[in-house]
Design a protein around this ligand. Structure first.
Ligand code: UTP
Length: 302
């Protein structure tokens, strides 16, 4: 087991909960503040020290590749107009993360998250790797990156999988993969079982899987012959349960710290909340934006 340098970002889902916004544009390219969701996710991986990223895309997802490519026409135009700051912003990969390479492969049909991850098997080979969902943003302090902590924990414990978890309200468990924890100590626990989107009364806890994972290659053995599960999709959660059954005690959960924030861009409400939070904290617009919010609340609340 060596140092983890590779990550997979699945971004091939249909984004049906955000239709019609996602009819012809990827959910992962929807802006949150002034950047598309997937830029935050790539930056999070790069800040954790990841050097090679495989993004799983699908049809109608070409704009993801364009976003991480350089745009010579735009570069020339911005330099002609002396807009150096903007030029630097759109060339963030080359300037800030020049050591990071991005690769792409297509999932031909959105058969489920588990199916998407299985497509990464040759890219990953024998190494342990990280998965970051392309529609989830996690904000940590700059020098205390959550994904980095997950990777360090995974290596320290010689785990087979380390899964990011977060306590959610009991009313929300039906939206997530939920774990059954044992031996909870501080922010970590051993995972005894996992279940995809359980009914509230059947949920083994209210610790939800938060969209960040570290796996060793054994996950691919579980994904290989996996039948479709919840919602008719090939579920990563079912593969994790398979791993737990074979490797008891070696599948860990690690929670977010209290001050860390997770944003799920999967539905209209959670997307709206994320956009709002990014704007209300943005140095460039926050004074005016906060003023607007106060006035809007007076005007529109009933
Ligand atoms: P979601 O289930 O939240 O995304 O998957 P979705 O399927 O696009 O959403 P809805 O339910 O139709 O609204 C979480 C992540 O996994 C990716 C998605 O793109 C998203 O980033 N995913 C999901 C795939 O790459 N392939 C799939 O077959 C399913």
């Amino acid at each position: 087991m060596g140092k983890i340098t590779r990550a997979v970002i699945p971004a091939a889902g249909l984004g049906t909960r955000l239709l019609p916004a996602t009819k012809s544009q990827p959910k992962e390219m929807i802006p949150v503040g002034n950047k598309p969701v997937i830029q935050y996710v790539v930056e999070e991986a790069a800040e954790a020290g990841i050097k090679q990223i495989l993004i799983i895309t699908g049809s109608k997802k070409r704009s993801i590749e364009d976003h991480f490519d350089s745009d010579n026409e735009l570069n020339t135009l911005l330099m002609e107009k002396n807009q150096k700051e903007l030029h630097a912003q759109i060339n963030f990969m080359e300037i800030k993360y020049e050591e990071v390479q991005i690769f792409y492969t297509r999932q031909k049909k959105p058969l489920g998250l588990g199916h998407a991850i299985y497509l990464a098997r040759d890219f990953i080979g024998d190494e342990d790797f990280v998965v970051l969902l392309g529609d989830t943003i996690i904000l940590s302090e700059q020098d205390n990156n959550y994904v980095k902590r997950l990777m360090n924990f995974h290596e320290e414990k010689k785990a087979v999988a380390t899964i990011g978890v977060e306590k959610v309200a009991p009313s929300e468990v039906e939206r997530y993969g939920i774990i059954e924890p044992e031996k909870i100590g501080g922010l970590s626990c051993i995972i005894k079982n996992v279940v995809e989107k359980p009914k509230k009364e059947l949920a083994p806890s209210n610790y939800a899987i938060n969209g960040r994972y570290v796996f060793n290659k054994k996950i691919f053995d579980e994904l290989k012959n996996l039948k479709s599960g919840y919602g008719g999709e090939i579920q990563l959660t079912d593969a994790v349960q398979g791993l737990i059954n074979k490797e008891r005690g070696k599948i860990w959960g690690l929670s977010l710290k209290k001050d860390e924030l997770r944003y799920d861009i999967g539905n209209f409400l959670s997307y709206s909340c994320a956009f709002f939070d990014f704007c209300i904290r943005n140095d460039e617009i926050k004074t005016e934006f906060q003023k607007h919010v106060k006035e809007a609340l007076k005007k529109f609340s009933n």
